[in-house]
Design a protein around this ligand. Structure first.
Ligand code: NAD
Length: 491
């Protein structure tokens, strides 16, 4: 008797109730999905920008008309409150719209100067779709995060095979089926999903996709790179962060505290660009902390944000809080008792050791550390003293942009939190252990296309053929004179 197909069950993090059940897709099913996508990619690429734009906007309209269905599903699998899901959906729709409407102008062919040596040639760059893009997503923003790759890959003319997180498979299926419902004449493989955990993801890496776009933890990002290296499959890697918020002496402290509270706690702190560390200059420390404490005392798990989505994450948060407290931190709000699975109430850790796990590692929970610094320079130094480099926040009335430019991160928001994530035209992605490559904006479209350089000889220059066995000594003497005149004069 052969083994039955393994099953994947997704559950409601609040009560453990079953939400959905799927067959796990193994290498054969994944290969079949990629083959279907390959076939569909020719049709999709052949539509051209205007037709793809119409179809992507139809998909967005379908998602909008069925907002309550998808909102309920995200709430069931991820646990976040209904309004937060609606906000996530809103940003998802904005990105589909931006990608659809800008693909033509970003990816249009460009003529470039042929240069002095090739003056008799025309030269141009044309962007082509890659073909089939594999997308592997996380569970924390199960719509917004994978959509940052999927919408841009589709708009650039690629077919997509999407593996949602094993914790949010029903959301992934619904999102993919919405595309088919909005485009009933499209072949099945333009956008499809495969279901399963890490093994299914690894099978997708090996299935001959033309690029693999991954969003998830740094540890998994390294595995994805290693697997994709086997077939020289290019990767885009969006990983975790340990984002800092800097409060300068001239900051609007009320606004900074409000942003810090929301940036650290919303979505149960399960936000890759969530605020995890705060550096506040000494002169405003007490006033800032009082404002932050006042706000956090009113924030409740289960009301303002949901349960932790994944039980294992609760244990990481518990460990980080315990480690910080054991190494000199004071819990000004909450403490070890805040961890009451599946919920974690806000924890405000003051003066944690910079070497403690709560400061060095991604916590991904509703906790935040606050450290006092003597100057903005020290704040910038400590903010940058991390292997991660995803995003940051700066509060300063007069020097915000100047401070922001000194932070080693892919994005920084000044005098507000997470501003960059809501501007569709801005590229999004990290440096260091936060990954590489960019989604969103023009860079996000270029990421899912390849350049094709074309030259065309417009007319022959008699006697000037350089790349020919007919080249003459006279031609070379002329070239040498030109080269010396052009490149040899600078002193
Ligand atoms: P994860 O790394 O555990 O899993 C992410 C995805 O990778 C899942 O779909 C999983 O099934 C798959 N996977 C696991 N092992 C694999 C393997 N060996 N080969 C191929 N695929 C594999 O991450 P998570 O817990 O789902 O998500 C949380 C993490 O994602 C956090 O670190 C967070 O910061 C990060 N994140 C980053 C961004 C960003 O844009 N930079 C956005 C959201 C979340």
């Amino acid at each position: 008797m052969t083994d039955p197909t393994p099953r994947l069950r997704s559950t409601d993090p609040a009560d453990g109730g079953l939400v959905a059940e799927f067959d796990v897709d193994g290498p054969e099913q994944v290969a079949a999905a990629v083959a279907r996508a390959r076939e569909a990619s020719t049709w999709w690429a052949g539509l051209g920008f205007a037709d793809r734009e119409r179809r992507l906007l139809r998909w967005a309209a379908h998602l909008t008309r069925h907002a309550e269905e998808i909102t309920a599903l995200v709430r069931a699998e991820n646990g976040k409150p209904r309004d937060d899901v609606f906000l996530e959906l809103t940003l998802t729709l904005e990105h589909i719209r931006w990608a659809a409407r800008h693909a033509r102008s970003v990816l249009r062919p460009r003529s470039v100067s042929p240069g002095a040596l090739m003056a008799n040639h025309a030269a141009r760059v044309e962007q082509r779709p890659l073909g089939v893009v594999g997308v592997i997503g996380p569970w924390n923003y199960p719509l917004f995060t994978p959509n940052g790759s999927i919408a841009y890959a589709l708009a650039a003319g690629n077919a997509v095979v999407f593996k949602p997180s094993e914790h949010t498979p029903a959301v992934g299926r619904w999102y993919v089926e919405a595309f088919a419902a909005a485009n009933p004449d499209a072949p099945a493989g333009v956008l499809s999903a495969v279901q399963g955990g890490g093994e299914t993801g690894a099978a997708l890496c090996r299935a001959g996709v033309d690029k693999l776009a991954f969003t998830g933890s740094t540890a998994t990002g390294k595995k994805i790179m290693a697997t994709c290296a086997e077939t020289l499959t290019p990767v885009l890697v969006e990983c975790g962060g340990k984002d800092a918020l800097i409060v300068a002496a001239d900051a609007d402290l009320t606004a900074a505290a409000d942003a810090a509270a929301w940036g650290a706690m919303s979505n149960s702190g399960q936000t890759c660009v969530g605020v995890e560390r705060i550096y506040v200059v000494r002169e405003v420390r007490e006033r800032f902390l009082a404002e932050l404490e006042h706000r956090l005392r009113r924030v409740r798990a289960g009301v303002h944000y949901g349960p932790m989505t994944v039980p294992a994450q609760v244990e990481i948060v518990r460990g980080h809080v315990a480690d910080a407290l054991a190494h000199g931190a004071t819990a000004r709000v909450g403490g070890a008792e805040s961890v009451r699975p599946p919920y974690v109430d806000p924890v405000l850790l003051v003066d944690a050791d910079e070497d403690s796990a709560a400061v060095r590692e991604e916590t991904f929970g509703p906790t935040v550390t606050v450290r006092t610094v003597e100057s903005v320079d020290e704040a910038v130094r400590l903010a940058n003293a991390t292997e991660f480099g995803l995003a940051a926040t700066v509060f300063s009335r007069g020097r915000g942009m100047e401070i922001a430019r000194r932070i080693r991160a892919g994005a920084t928001s000044v005098n507000a939190v997470l501003g960059f994530a809501a501007v569709a035209a801005l590229p999004f992605g990290g440096v260091g252990a936060s990954g590489f490559g960019r989604i969103h904006g023009a860079e996000g479209l270029l990421e899912f296309s390849r350049s094709h350089s074309l030259t065309r000889q417009r007319f022959a220059l008699p006697g000037m053929a350089l790349m020919s066995f007919e080249r003459t000594a006279r031609t070379m003497r002329l070239v040498e004179r030109i080269v010396r005149w052009r490149h040899g004069r600078a002193r």
